[in-house]
Ligand binder design. Structure first.
Ligand SMILES: Nc1ncnc2c1ncn2[C@@H]1O[C@H](COP(=O)(O)OP(=O)(O)OP(=O)(O)O)[C@@H](O)[C@H]1O
Ligand SMILES: [Mg+2]
Length: 262
């Protein structure tokens, strides 16, 4: 799937304790909590039926599943890019599936860093502008960086950690980058301002070995620094041990009697 698709409404630390299903937005509820969720693409039978999937605050979860099983779709639902046919998606204790499109966008901008499988960079903006974008929409993320004066330096720091330190690169339009470079820009944008939740959809798929190692180190460091929650999708199961828990989407779906994978 792609963001804004046709169904769009418009070294590892231990896991922390999860709140119960009814926990309030008081810091004890899970970072991500999906309950009784059903999702179908238009004209298709339900793709996802998930009774409960929760990620505790500060927990790092690796989500696996065959191609076409609905991993990106689930991440789109968690990220508020897609809306469920029924059921609930709670982030940090707030029900996001019933928010208006504008309120959901605001919530996502404030609390969520999302590395989309297709990157979703803004094509008419340069590399630095793409990375700095979240701070323009989120007071919390801007404040954590240290305000507008520190914004550019923070974007440069993240890009440099990902091997994009060439000055000539920073002002270049993102459409003039290689796919692997675009993926790293998307990663830097998601991490800017250390959001509470980071959702990453195949974020290493186009990276060579060194770029992949650099990205994973930065990702884990940034998560640890903020106590961020991480939901990470990859076909590369060798990355599993970096995470607190591995979830199989096929299993999640099967438990609730959902469809077998495509
Ligand atoms: N925008 C869309 N409109 C209609 N169907 C879609 C759309 N996006 C995805 N699908 C369908 O939903 C199913 C799950 O797709 P999804 O992209 O979530 O799988 P995935 O597990 O992320 O796969 P991959 O590992 O290849 O990225 C597929 O059958 C796909 O054809
Ligand atoms: Mg996918």
């Amino acid at each position: 799937m792609t963001a804004g698709g046709q169904a769009a409404r418009s070294g590892v630390e231990p896991a922390r304790a999860a709140g119960g299903p009814g926990a309030a937005a008081d810091g004890t509820s899970p970072a991500i909590e999906v309950s009784d969720l059903v999702f179908a693409w238009p004209g298709k039978p339900p793709l996802l039926r998930i009774e409960r999937f929760a990620v505790a605050r500060g927990e790092r979860v690796f989500l696996r599943g065959p191609s076409g099983s609905g991993k990106s779709t689930l991440l789109g639902l968690v990220g508020g890019v897609l809306a469920p046919a029924s059921g609930s998606v709670r982030l940090l204790g707030s029900e996001v599936s019933t928010l208006s499109a504008a309120a959901r966008d605001r919530f996502r901008g404030e609390h969520l860093g999302f590395v989309f499988q297709m990157f979703n960079l803004i094509p008419y903006l340069g590399v630095l502008q793409n990375v700095m974008l979240p701070a323009l929409f989120s007071a919390g993320r801007a404040t954590r960086i240290g305000g507008p004066a520190a914004l550019r330096a923070e974007a440069v720091r993240l890009l440099a950690a990902l091997g994009l330190s060439d000055r000539s690169m920073l002002e270049r339009e993102v459409t003039q980058l290689s796919i692997g470079q675009q993926q790293r820009v998307a990663a830097a944008r998601a991490l800017l301002g250390r959001p509470e939740i980071i959702v990453a959809d195949e974020p290493t798929s186009s990276l060579d070995h060194d770029a992949r190692e650099n990205f994973l180190r930065l990702l884990m460091d940034e998560c640890r620094a903020q106590g961020s929650t991480l939901l990470f999708v990859s076909h590369d199961t060798s990355l599993g041990p970096l995470f607190d828990r591995i979830e199989s989407l096929t299993e999640l779906n099967r438990r609730a009697g959902g469809p077998a994978p495509a």
